[in-house]
Design a protein around this ligand. Structure first.
Ligand code: FES
Length: 309
């Protein structure tokens, strides 16, 4: 990266671009503006940038679409979002897409400078994901995690909800996250670690793109989830708690998904699938891009008959 990092500010409000320009140019950053996602893509096709600061809500090509384009076509550009009040879903999507940080809108010069400085440092020291040291995770995630910790800090029984939220934000609970939570909630690291290890819904390893949660509760067990699980494991060639080599799927065993009337049940990401048979489960996994089932309808009939008998 050159001594003067080049930043593209994307917003459909000119006033936001102008104020970012005013603040950042005086600190030696090279700034250009784009009044929307479409213009931003055109600019990136013609020039090089170190960072893109983008609004999320824009007509035509919105921020999330733009971020997806950058990740695919210009993966070396670091992304920061400038946003008012994003919904939890949008924020989660942006974090999953790998943004570095976010600036709340309207911003003060010091907040903008602070985020820019961190983003430049992050972008300069960035390594490919596989090589990333576990101590590093994007400031946006750290910030969101700290916000959750602050929110729960004085509530009794806060550890489990904080861990759940942390897992949603980071995707898993590596030691660096557990440490941050222990410090924030003022409790021993060992206590956090033992809770993470005890509950099967917490994971210390990164999960695949799609998390297959298979219910191992009593109602599902009685209705034959074991046979379903065996087929899924066989098809994906992984066990519970593991992730496929291509990082597409992980399998998790859970106690009850709260849909016992539909037993046997599994969830893939946020979708629930009930009344499963082994072949139905494989068909659903195929719809998520998983290996296609080689099971014949006869085997299916046998499986169902086995459950009934
Ligand atoms: S036991 Fe499986 S959903 Fe409740």
């Amino acid at each position: 990266m050159s001594d003067e990092p080049k930043i593209l500010v994307v917003d459909d409000e000119l006033v936001v671009i102008r104020s970012a320009e005013r603040v950042l140019k005086s600190e030696g950053y090279q700034i250009e503006g784009a009044l929307g996602g479409r213009e931003a893509i055109l600019k990136m096709e013609q020039g090089t940038y170190d960072l893109v600061f983008t609004d999320l809500k824009m007509p035509e090509v919105d921020g999330i679409t733009l971020i997806r384009w950058i990740k695919k076509s210009r993966p070396n550009i670091g992304i920061v979002i400038i946003t008012g009040y994003p919904s939890q879903e949008t924020m989660k999507e942006a974090l999953e897409l790998g943004i570095i940080d976010y600036v709340p809108k309207p911003f003060t010069p010091s907040v903008l400078l602070d985020v820019t400085k961190r983003a430049v440092e992050w972008a300069e020291g960035r390594k490919p994901a596989e090589e990333k040291a576990p101590e590093e995770f994007p400031p946006a995630m750290a910030k969101e995690l700290d916000r959750v910790i602050r929110e729960y800090r004085h509530r009794p029984g806060s550890l489990i909800p904080v861990l759940q939220r942390a897992q949603e934000i980071v995707g898993f609970l590596p030691p660096v996250v557990q440490k941050r939570i222990a410090k924030g909630l003022n409790m021993p690291e060992a206590e956090v670690h033992s809770v993470v290890s005890f509950y099967s819904f917490f994971t210390m390893k990164p999960r695949g793109d799609h998390n297959v949660r298979v219910c191992l509760g009593t109602a599902c067990y009685v209705k034959g989830i074991e046979g379903v699980l065996d087929k899924i494991k066989e098809q994906l060639k992984i066990d519970i708690g593991e992730t496929t080599e291509d990082k597409k799927f992980s399998i998790e065993g859970v106690r009850c998904l709260g849909a016992c009337g539909l037993a046997p049940v599994m969830m893939i990401d946020q979708e629930t699938y009930g009344a499963l048979t082994p072949s139905k489960a494989l068909k659903v996994i195929g719809e998520y891009g998983g290996p296609v089932s080689s099971q014949s309808p006869d085997e299916e009939t046998a499986a169902v008959a086995g459950q009934e008998g």
